[in-house]
Design a protein around this ligand. Structure first.
Ligand SMILES: [Zn+2]
Length: 419
């Protein structure tokens, strides 16, 4: 996909109740407000009263796991990984990852996600898929040395970083150690050093199950966040996925170090982890929070609107308090505005030209407060147009080439004979 689209102008959009226009050049918003219109040579869109909003940011996923969707859904986490996922992953080819990720991108674009944080094998193939799909992503190949081959993993990780270094401006590289129960102390320490030296993010699963916490205390004498801190892993470029079992002391430590926690409420409920991310305590401690779907193998949807609703419901329900997570705050979490590292945030001039036009006249959005409607009433089907880096990836719900992508991904999944 060419890096330099023609300037794009949108007119007749509705932002915070006012009719506005928006112009983008070279992937950046250059004008936004009443009276902004197209210049000669611009690609022009008449939004015809459609609400204009920031896109969603999926802070934790394994995009190519669309290939695993609908398999082993009734198993607990460790049995699902050992019996269904890991044996198949051992024989994955880059083309499997490419088409699995293309399918994920179709779904995410359709449901209003512009950017995602990915952890998966063959990250070069993921990057190629993201590039071709026109999205943004921060991508890391998983680090994993439960088999004892720490040296081999270091080589693979460095090779992955080299491969990701050649990708375009919409893609960033990360180091992605899988979890504290699958990666050795030595490899975690090395990861922290490499990430600091290269100034790139670290993306890791943490405190997903209660077992992980009790095993960590037994082995290392401290809880998971304290253990990672001891290894130098907690910093401003660290993304911790899940955090279901973090206690107050860990949340304070995480806030102090400036890490981001990405909560994945649907995947947590589907895998029946038995708890809810302690958002009220995280908020009091000042932790930066994002929202993720996790992989389609454990969700199984990539429609972040459903995760947004479940996030708000789970927090209210667990706290026994309808004020536990107000709708506008939930929307800020889903768009990345509550965690700057994730790369989202509010629409602004000089900001990235990433935005959504929602269907004008959507029944779900036609009455009441927009944020409340977006959180509790909408699904991804309210998204009409998705623009990323000034390029229209979906217009009128249509994504060019989607049919072929769906067919190719299904073919790759069948070939893998997932049990
Ligand atoms: Zn995950």
């Amino acid at each position: 996909m060419a890096e330099r689209p023609a300037p794009l102008a949108v007119t007749g959009a509705v932002l915070d109740g006012a009719t506005v226009g928006l112009r983008c050049e070279e992937g950046t918003i250059v004008a936004l407000g009443p009276g902004v219109g197209p210049r000669p040579g611009d690609e022009a869109i008449d939004a015809a009263g459609a609400p204009l909003v920031a896109p969603l940011v999926n802070g934790h996923t394994h995009a190519a796991m669309t290939l695993f969707r609908g398999h082993g859904g009734d198993l607990p986490l460790m049995r699902w990984l050992r019996e269904v996922v890991w044996p198949v992953e051992a024989r994955l080819e880059p083309e499997d990852v490419y088409w699995g990720t293309r399918l994920a991108c179709v779904e995410m674009v359709r449901n209003g996600t512009a950017r995602f944080w990915d952890m998966y094998w063959h990250p070069g193939a993921t990057a190629r898929a993201v590039e071709d799909a026109g999205m943004r992503a921060t991508i890391g190949g998983p680090l994993f040395d439960a088999d004892g081959d720490t040296d081999g993993m270091r080589k693979t990780a460095l090779g992955n970083l080299d491969e990701l270094a050649d990708t375009g401006p919409r893609i960033g590289a990360a180091l992605a150690p899988h979890a504290i129960y699958t990666v050795s102390d030595e490899l975690l320490r090395w990861t922290a050093e490499q990430a600091a030296e290269r100034e790139i993010p670290v993306h890791i699963h943490l405190s997903e199950t209660e077992q992980e916490v009790s095993d960590c205390v037994e082995r290392h004498g401290v809880r998971p966040a304290q253990y990672l801190d001891r290894l130098g892993m907690l910093g401003e470029r660290t993304v911790l996925a899940h955090g279901v079992w973090l206690d107050d002391g860990e949340l304070e430590l995480i806030a102090e170090r400036g890490c981001t926690v990405v909560t994945n409420p649907v995947a947590n409920m589907k895998l029946a982890v038995g708890g809810v991310f302690p958002y009220p305590a995280a908020r009091s401690a000042g932790v930066q929070v994002g929202l993720g779907t996790d992989g389609a193998g454990s969700n199984d949807s990539l429609d972040l609107f459903s995760d947004l609703k479940v996030l708000a419901l789970a927090q209210r329900h667990a706290a026994g308090d309808p004020k536990a997570l107000p709708a506008e705050e939930a929307w800020r979490i889903a768009t990345g505005a509550a965690a700057p590292l994730l790369g989202g945030g509010e629409l602004r001039v000089t900001g990235p030209a990433d935005f959504l036009l929602l269907r004008a006249g959507s029944p779900e959005l036609s009455v009441g407060d927009l944020h409340a409607d977006l959180v509790y009433s909408a699904s991804g089907s309210v998204v009409d147009t998705t623009v990323v880096a000034g390029r229209v990836l979906m217009r009128g719900g249509e994504i060019p080439g989607a049919g072929e992508i769906v067919a190719r991904a299904a073919e790759r999944s069948r070939r893998l004979e997932i049990g």
